[in-house]
Ligand binder design. Structure first.
Ligand code: PLP
Length: 442
């Protein structure tokens, strides 16, 4: 059957998320197959995946082991109730995850997405403080340019103006740290930038202003992805940890992007040697095969909430699909693939090659900054005089035409390929990107 007969004849009914629907529907980009490093579009052209789907398909697409695990599971047991019941794979996965997590993050709460993981972590923070009798600790501190998903909690602690401005009533009791992006000092940094750790000291000011006894938690992405790959300055995360410790404020790392090998380690917290009190995760957890998220929780938090409710449900929170059997099967198989193929170590050993390939674009006139760490890079383009935010979007479209999938956010092109990428594939990513930038930014 020719694929065109599969084209929907009406594109109007589906409202795409985070998309200019008019723009998309004028020239829809449809994907129909995926394998390893490649997608196929509706014309059967191969599209090299430069962003691991949405920073998620870390082991590459349609991995046999993961696909078979899901197929086997769906045939054996499609669903098991999540409340007051469970199934063995949910525990097996939790044990595997606690072995991967740093420090005494020894407990796992399952969700279905990064957004749900963030909202869950925020609620756990409140429940923890309440269990200790600290009901006033209810202020959350996010960071400018942070992205924490699209739930009410995540949008509120998030610091992306466009994501907030349509919604007039977000959570109250939220404040934000300044972002750490200092292009005038740090542009074209390789790895962690030198300048800007003092931005963490703003937390001291916020504590002074609001009172430590009113603050529940600080939430940051160790490396901010969605606002254009902002790598933490050297010493920055360490300072945040210190100030949180001094004031008994919980520190949450949102590792939805940075988890599962993106930075060459299980989690960014391991790479930066800074252990948070909770880690939110999703995406690479199941290689994006089945939606799933999770929150890693420190023993002290779990135990405090648990002990405070000896005769009742200790946490009134959860989802119908928490620990869904298909998601658990996918996640267990995914973690096995990561381990069998040493994909985190592979990412680590590829980092310098990837970095140099990314920075090879520095000679392009229109490129005003390149930032990278692990297997993620942001290439920022100069704004146009007209229609300022369309340059990166045009480059994204041109890349797709030329057989490469990239991500754009504002004026930044983000690259984060599956961790199975070879040197040749990395070179191909950056050479198609270079050609596409040249075509668009003549
Ligand atoms: C750091 C971070 N947190 C949360 C989310 C939200 O995840 P989801 O889209 O699965 O809800 C994302 C998504 O990109 C993210 O990058």
């Amino acid at each position: 059957m020719p694929y065109n007969s599969l084209l929907p004849n009406d594109l109007d009914s589906y409202w795409l998320p985070f998309t200019d629907n008019r723009w998309f529907k004028k020239n829809p980009r449809m994907l129909i197959e995926a394998k390893g490093m490649y997608y196929k579009n509706i014309n059967h052209d191969l599209i090299l995946d430069g962003v691991a789907g949405l920073w998620a398909v870390n082991a590459g697409h349609c991995r046999k082991k993961i696909v078979s695990a899901v197929q086997k599971q769906v045939a054996q047991m499609d669903y098991a109730l999540a409340f007051q019941m469970s199934h063995p794979k949910a525990f097996e996965l939790a044990n595997k995850l606690t072995a991967l997590m740093p420090g005494d993050l020894n407990h796992v709460f399952y969700t279905n997405s990064g957004s749900e993981s963030v909202d869950t972590a925020l609620k756990i923070a409140l429940a923890f403080h309440q269990s200790k009798g600290n009901n006033n600790r209810n202020i959350f501190i996010g960071r400018e340019r942070g992205y924490h998903g699209s739930g009410f909690g995540g949008t509120s602690v998030g610091g992306i103006t466009n994501n907030r401005k349509q919604f007039s009533s977000l959570l109250k009791n939220i404040t934000h740290l300044p972002h750490t992006h200092l292009p005038e000092k740090n542009s074209f940094s390789k790895g962690q930038p030198k300048f800007g750790s003092e931005k963490a000291e703003e937390l001291d000011h916020l504590v002074e202003l609001h009172g430590a006894s009113n603050i529940a938690a600080v939430i940051v992405e160790p490396v901010a992805g969605s606002t254009g790959v902002l790598v933490p300055p050297i010493g920055y995360l360490e300072k945040l940890r210190k100030i949180c410790d001094k004031n008994n404020i919980l520190l949450i790392f949102d590792e939805v992007i940075t988890g599962f090998g993106r930075l060459g380690y299980s989690f960014a917290s391991e790479r930066f040697q800074v252990i948070p009190d909770m880690i939110t995760m999703a995406k690479g957890l199941t290689n994006a095969t089945v939606p799933m998220g999770a929150v890693g929780v420190k023993s002290d938090i779990y135990k405090t909430i648990y002990d405070n409710n000896p005769e009742n449900i200790e946490l009134f929170h959860g989802y119908t699909y928490s620990g869904h059997p298909l998601a658990c099967a996918a996640a267990i198989a995914t973690l096995e693939v990561y381990e069998e193929e040493s994909l985190f170590e592979k990412a680590k050993s590829m980092e310098i090659f990837f970095q140099e390939a990314a920075h090879s674009l520095a000679h392009l006139d229109v490129v005003i900054d390149i930032r990278n760490i692990g297997m993620v890079a942001g290439i920022e383009l100069r704004e146009r005089d007209y229609n300022s935010m369309t340059m990166a979007r045009d480059v994204f479209e041109e890349c797709f035409k030329n057989g490469l999938l990239v991500r754009y956010t504002g004026n930044t092109i983000a690259i984060s390929p599956p961790l199975i990428a070879t040197e040749l594939e990395i070179e191909k990513v950056f050479s198609i990107l270079t050609k596409s930038i040249k075509n668009i930014c003549k």
